[in-house]
Design a protein around this ligand. Structure first.
Ligand SMILES: [Cu+2]
Length: 291
C-alpha cells in the first residue's frame, strides 16, 4: 500500500511535465507523431517484457535451493534458442522500421494537410533571440506571438537570420530546423482554439533560454478580427525596422507590425547567403566569420 502511493507520486512527478507536451496533441500532425511514438513503444515492449520476465525467471529457477534445476557447464549451443533470440529482435527491427517509415512519410513536414479549408501562410524567421512571424497574405507580422485560426492548416516557410534554430510547438507536432540561406517547410494544424507553447528546440546562444513564443489558436472570425486590429497598430516591417529587430536581444515581449514590405522574407533568406549584407547584422560576428 505504501509502495503503491510512492509509485503514484513518482508517476505524477515524472509525467507532470508532459501535460503540455507531445503526449497531449491538439492537432492531426501531433496526434500522428504520438501514434508513431506509442506504436514503436508497444513493439519494443515485445522484447523488453520477455527479457525482464526471463531474467527474473532464470534467476529464480537456478537458485541454489532448487534441486530440480540442472547444472550444465558444457552447454554451448541450441538452435532453437538461437532462432528465438534472433527472430524476435529481427521482427522488432522490421516492425519499428516499418512504423517509422510509413508514419514519417505520412507526417512529412513538406506534405500539405488534406483539408477543404485554404491554408494560412506564415513565414517564420528565427533571430537572435526571438521569432518573427510574417503573414504574407494578410500583410502583418508579429514577434514571439503566433496567432492562427483553429481548424485551418498552417503552411510554414522557415528560415534563420543566422544561427541554426529549431521551431517546435510540441502540442501541434513535428519540430523543424531553421537555417540561414534556405527555407524549410512545415504544415501544422490546431483542431480547436487554445494556447500552446512554442519554443526553440536547438541551443542557439546566450538568449536561447527565453526563445519562447505563444501560439494562440482562435476561431477563424477572431483571427480575422486580430488581423484587422493588428493593421491599425505598431510599426511597419521594412528593411530598416528589420535591421533593428535583427540586433541581438533576449526575452522580447511580443509585439506586432502593422504592415510588411512584400518580399521581405525572401530578402532575409537571400541576404543570409551574402556576408556583410545590410540584413545580416543580426548574426553575431563569430557567425559571419564562419560564412
Ligand atoms: Cu541531428
Amino acid at each position: 500500500m505504501r509502495y503503491g502511493l510512492l509509485a503514484v507520486l513518482i508517476g505524477a512527478a515524472t509525467l507532470g511535465g508532459c501535460a503540455e507536451g507531445v503526449l497531449d496533441p491538439k492537432g492531426p500532425i501531433a496526434a500522428a507523431d504520438r501514434q508513431i511514438l506509442l506504436n514503436s513503444l508497444g513493439i519494443m515492449l515485445a522484447i523488453v517484457i520477455p527479457v525482464i520476465v526471463a531474467t527474473l525467471g532464470v534467476a529464480f529457477w537456478f537458485r541454489a535451493s532448487n534441486e530440480r534445476a540442472r547444472y550444465r557447464p558444457n552447454f554451448v549451443y541450441s538452435g532453437r534458442l538461437e532462432l528465438l533470440v534472433w527472430s524476435i529482435p529481427a521482427m522488432t527491427v522490421f516492425l519499428v522500421g516499418g512504423v517509422a517509415w510509413v508514419g514519417s512519410h505520412e507526417v512529412s513536414p513538406r506534405k500539405p494537410i488534406a483539408s477543404n479549408v485554404t491554408p494560412l501562410r506564415v513565414q517564420v524567421t528565427s533571430l537572435d533571440w526571438k521569432w518573427l512571424f510574417i503573414y504574407p497574405d494578410q500583410g502583418v507580422a508579429s514577434v514571439n506571438y503566433l496567432a492562427i485560426p483553429a481548424g485551418t492548416p498552417v503552411s510554414f516557410e522557415l528560415t534563420s537570420s543566422g544561427v541554426m534554430n529549431s521551431f517546435f510547438v510540441p502540442q501541434l507536432g513535428s519540430q523543424i530546423y531553421t537555417m540561414a540561406g534556405m527555407v524549410t517547410r512545415l504544415h501544422l494544424q490546431a483542431d480547436q482554439p487554445g494556447s500552446f507553447r512554442g519554443m526553440s528546440a536547438q541551443y542557439s546562444g546566450e538568449g536561447f533560454a527565453d526563445m519562447y513564443f505563444n501560439v494562440e489558436a482562435v476561431a477563424p472570425e477572431k483571427f480575422a478580427e486580430w488581423v484587422d486590429a493588428t493593421r491599425n497598430v505598431g510599426m511597419e516591417l521594412n528593411a530598416t525596422t528589420y535591421a533593428q529587430l535583427a540586433k541581438p536581444s533576449a526575452a522580447v515581449t511580443p509585439f506586432t507590425y502593422r504592415s510588411v514590405t512584400p518580399g521581405l522574407f525572401d530578402s532575409i533568406r537571400v541576404s543570409d547567403m551574402q556576408s556583410g549584407g545590410a540584413m545580416s547584422h543580426g548574426s553575431p560576428a563569430s557567425m559571419r566569420a564562419e560564412k
